[in-house]
Design a protein around this ligand. Structure first.
Ligand SMILES: Cc1cc2nc3c(=O)[nH]c(=O)nc-3n(C[C@H](O)[C@H](O)[C@H](O)COP(=O)(O)OP(=O)(O)OC[C@H]3O[C@@H](n4cnc5c(N)ncnc54)[C@H](O)[C@@H]3O)c2cc1C
Length: 112
């Protein structure tokens, strides 16, 4: 079970890195990056919480004690899901852009 938590941490970190690189690439190309930054922000803000939470779980009571930094990290990463827009509002904008993209892609005759 510990191996699974370590592997899941690596998956979350790798996926976050990939999403951040994609968003940075779009911004470097002068594109808006609105959708990719919202996706990267939402995913990474939640992934970092999962990574710290699993790491704390692996360490047991030592993890939640003040003897290691994990309980401090937990408190420090929790606001990631709130500041720069809470996850709910990012999901709202992500979904809105997806729906808009599909509506715009309809053939002219199929539009109301
Ligand atoms: C540590 C920290 C640092 C910050 N630093 C800065 C900074 O440097 N500059 C700055 O400008 N601001 C900063 N903020 C403010 C931050 O951007 C706001 O806290 C954030 O945008 C959420 O606004 P709010 O706190 O008013 O919560 P509210 O807007 O009242 O939202 C409360 C909760 O309601 C839910 N919610 C809100 N809107 C929706 C919606 N449309 N749909 C569904 N659910 C929704 C979410 O769960 C949200 O967490 C910081 C906040 C924190 C905690």
């Amino acid at each position: 079970m510990v191996q699974q938590m370590i592997a899941d941490n690596e998956i979350d970190i790798a996926a976050s890195r990939g999403l951040i690189l994609q968003a940075c690439g779009e911004l470097d190309q002068g594109r808006s990056g609105a959708q990719s930054t919202a996706i990267a922000k939402t995913f990474t803000a939640e992934a970092v919480w999962r990574v710290v939470d699993r790491s704390l779980q692996i360490c047991g009571s030592l993890g939640i004690s003040g003897e290691v930094l994990l309980s401090r990290f937990l408190r420090e990463v929790r606001p990631f899901r709130i500041y720069d827009g809470p996850s709910e509002t990012h999901r709202w904008t992500i979904a809105r852009r997806v729906v808009r993209r599909h509506l715009d892609a309809r053939p002219a005759g199929a539009r109301p």
